[in-house]
Write a protein that binds this ligand. Structure first.
Ligand code: SAM
Length: 294
């Protein structure tokens, strides 16, 4: 069974994640041709499916490790033009390409080179990161060569190498993120549950003074954790979507206000999930006003 899943995953990554047409369909944006072939990954897709739930009016967003295509950052800016986004990456060449992709899509996303939070001033409402999290020795066994960058050192693939136990980059993120979150701010981190299970991730969060608000699961493939600072009380562990006052209307351009008077069917979890599961994604690009649970 495990072998079958690995094969299917390999085929999807090779046949779909390398296709610019697939990116256009799923993210509604144009990317440049990739030198490595790979344009997105499971974490990119998972973030695309859930990020809208955490976007409010004029949300200030930071995406760490945006990669050469800045896909999530561009997707968010295209669909929610009233947000501001800073997209960073540790590698200058990724940021050079990310800027070109941003221009190609005619959106306003600031891109800058930064090693984690180094040189980043200010606080954000939402911080996104899909970190490299494969242990170096596993990459070595797969034949991945060390790639060196002056001043940065060497890794076996800057998009995948997470250090000796695979968690070095995640730890560095969790240690720094609290200092860059607004009082009610949230961080969203996507991690493969095989590389780091929930119990282990919870422990890392505790050590860094963070709590898990919610775990979005793409079974076996990806857990996306929504985190907040332990020092700030008042975050519920899950949004209570049964409470009408937790629902609001928004359009791609603006937060339109509370939706508590709407018929419960339209507020239902089923209705939201319909868009997610029907493969249209949510919000569908043809939908101009939609409902979301806070
Ligand atoms: C798994 S890739 C994700 C790329 C992109 N966000 C996506 O979804 O396709 C991880 C990215 O993090 C970047 N990265 C690795 N270490 C970093 C660090 N210390 N600070 C900032 N970015 C880092 C890598 O260069 C790479 O682009």
């Amino acid at each position: 069974m495990k072998r079958l899943l690995v094969r299917v995953n390999g085929v999807i990554r090779k046949r779909l994640f390398t296709q610019r047409s697939f990116i256009r369909l799923l993210f509604d944006l144009d990317v440049l041709a990739s030198a490595t072939g790979q344009l997105c990954n499971w974490g990119t897709i998972h973030q695309r499916l859930i990020v809208h739930r955490y976007i409010r009016h004029e949300t200030k967003i930071l995406e760490i490790g945006t990669g050469a295509h800045a896909i999530v950052a561009i997707f968010v800016k295209k669909h929610f033009p009233d947000v501001s986004i800073l997209a960073t990456d540790i590698l200058p060449e990724q940021i050079y390409l990310a800027k070109k992709t941003v221009d190609k899509n005619q959106v306003s996303v600031a891109c800058t080179v930064a090693d984690m939070f180094g040189g980043i001033a200010g606080k954000f409402d939402l911080i996104l990161f899909y970190p490299p999290a494969i242990p170096s020795h596993e990459l070595e066994e797969l034949g991945c060569k060390l790639e060196s960058y002056p001043g940065l050192g060497s890794r076996r693939g800057w998009s995948s190498d997470g250090g000796s136990d695979g968690l070095d980059v995640i730890r560095a993120f969790l240690d720094g993120v609290r200092g860059h979150l607004e009082a009610q701010g949230l961080a969203m981190v996507s991690v493969n549950p095989i590389q780091c299970d929930v119990a282990r991730f919870k422990k890392l969060c505790q050590n860094a003074g963070l709590l898990i608000k919610r775990i979005h699961r793409l079974p076996v493939i990806m857990n996306t954790y929504v985190l907040y600072s332990q020092a700030v009380p008042g975050h519920e562990s899950r949004p209570d979507c049964a409470r009408p006052d937790n629902w609001y209307f928004r359009s791609p351009k603006a937060f339109l206000g509370p939706a508590e008077n709407v018929n419960p069917f339209w507020r239902s979890y089923f209705f939201q999930e319909y868009f997610l599961r029907s493969g249209r994604g949510f919000p569908p690009s043809s939908c101009h006003i939609f409902l979301s649970c806070l």
